[in-house]
Ligand binder design. Structure first.
Ligand code: NI
Ligand code: MN
Length: 247
């Protein structure tokens, strides 16, 4: 059991989004609507994503695409969505360069440690411990490095999307510098953290709420939110249902 409480008297289950709307589209893909009504899509993989509900596969509106790394299950629909909606596409330079070659017009590249304002949010690119080759026809192209993001909203809420990663000690730095109260963490195992690693990550990050992701999509992604729940205390494990909006 990993103790995740920041303060002993902090109550659990009190995620307060203050006007933000969160929708999980399955795997690592989230739609986030800001209080001002702008739409962010993190890791755009919808059309080929077996967990994405049919009604969500036709993306209606996107202002910002945040891409954690170049694996197909994270950027699989980035080019098509960007062509249709012309959002600002945020990613590491090598990935943005590849996306530009494929026809993406508005990129806003950045690198780890940096923060930039994109419309009404502030985005900080943080470390992730993972690989980042881009499958480009029959070749694998260098895609820079995998990353995570801390998104700060105008209402003060901070959400950490870890991307694909194992647990790493510098998650403590993410807590100290940014203090995100909500952490979207991969728990599926095999390609990312397992529930046990995610529980340890929780002890470093000390969020109020964990939103598990990157599980169940493929048979080998065996970790489940209930497994994580058994390993942590004092933190809300929010199991979202694909296509169901939480606000
Ligand atoms: Ni990956
Ligand atoms: Mn992945």
């Amino acid at each position: 059991m990993f103790e995740c409480l920041r303060l002993k008297d902090q109550s659990r289950g009190n995620m307060n989004l203050k006007g933000i709307k969160l929708t999980w589209l399955g795997h690592a893909t989230f739609r986030i609507e800001t209080p001002a009504g702008r739409t962010i899509l993190v890791d755009p993989w919808v059309m080929g994503n077996p967990m994405c509900p049919e009604k969500e596969k036709d993306v209606k509106k996107v202002d910002v695409l945040l891409c954690t790394h170049g694996h197909f299950d994270h950027i699989g629909d980035a080019v098509e969505i960007a062509e249709k909606h012309n959002p600002v596409v945020v990613g590491i330079p090598e990935l943005c360069g590849w996306l530009e070659k494929k026809g993406v017009k508005q990129t806003s590249m950045m690198n780890k440690g940096g923060t930039q304002a994109v419309g009404d949010i502030k985005v900080t690119m943080v470390h992730a411990d993972h690989s980042c080759g881009i499958q480009d026809d029959d070749q694998i192209v260098y895609g820079g490095e995998a990353c995570g993001y801390v998104i700060e909203f105008s209402n003060g809420v901070k959400i950490y999307h870890a991307g694909d990663t194992n647990v790493f000690g510098d998650m403590a730095i993410i807590r100290d510098l940014y203090g995100p109260e909500i952490a979207m963490l991969p728990i599926g195992d095999h390609f990312t953290m397992s529930p046990r690693e995610a529980a340890y990550a929780c002890s470093l990050l000390k969020p109020k709420t964990i939103i598990p992701m990157h599980f169940g999509t493929l048979p080998m992604l065996t970790g489940r939110p209930s497994d994580l729940q058994k390993l942590v205390s004092g933190v809300e494990v929010l199991e979202m249902k694909p296509g169901v909006t939480v606000s």
